[in-house]
Structures are given as C-alpha cells and as structure tokens.
Design a protein around this ligand. Structure first.
Ligand code: ZN
Length: 86
C-alpha cells in the first residue's frame, strides 16, 4: 500500500481521509482464456491530486504509470439569457 504521495517532488505522507488512492489493475490474458490480475496502488495527496492524474502508457514491453498534469480548466463564461420582447 502506498505510504507516500506518488509525486516524486512531494514529501506528503499518506493519510486515510485525504487525497485520492488509485487502484491499478492490469489483466493479463492469453488466447486460451487464461487470465491473471496484477494489482497495485498509488496515492496522491490532496494538493497533488488537484493538478495531476495517473495515465497508463505502453512503450514496447513496458507498462508505465505516469503522472500527467491536469489541463487548466478555462474560467466559466457567464451566459446572459434575454427574454424576447414582443
Ligand atoms: Zn503530493
């Protein structure tokens, strides 16, 4: 179980009631239908989970879990609804 924030630039120690725990499941199967489940987890602290998300990347024979920055959300645009005048 993850004991520290997965962001290598962060030193936060895991607290049960903060941040977000991600469960990683990789199902390995073959053509005969045999399946094996490999699991792992990573935890992001409250501060880091606001700015990054885990992403799975397959590069050759390596499966990586990367921490990708969450794109900035544009500020909501105020909408003005006008009632038609008759
Ligand atoms: Zn963190």
């Amino acid at each position: 179980m993850a004991a520290r924030c997965a962001n290598p630039a962060c030193q936060a120690i895991r607290h049960e009631d903060e941040g977000k725990l991600f469960r990683i499941e990789v199902e390995l199967g073959d053509k005969a239908g045999t399946r094996k489940l490999k699991t792992g987890s990573l935890w992001l602290c409250r501060r880091c989970v606001r700015k990054m998300n885990p992403k799975i990347e397959v590069a050759g024979n390596i499966v990586r879990v990367l921490l990708a920055a969450i794109p900035a959300v544009p500020a909501p645009v105020a909408r003005v609804f006008r009632t038609p005048v008759n």
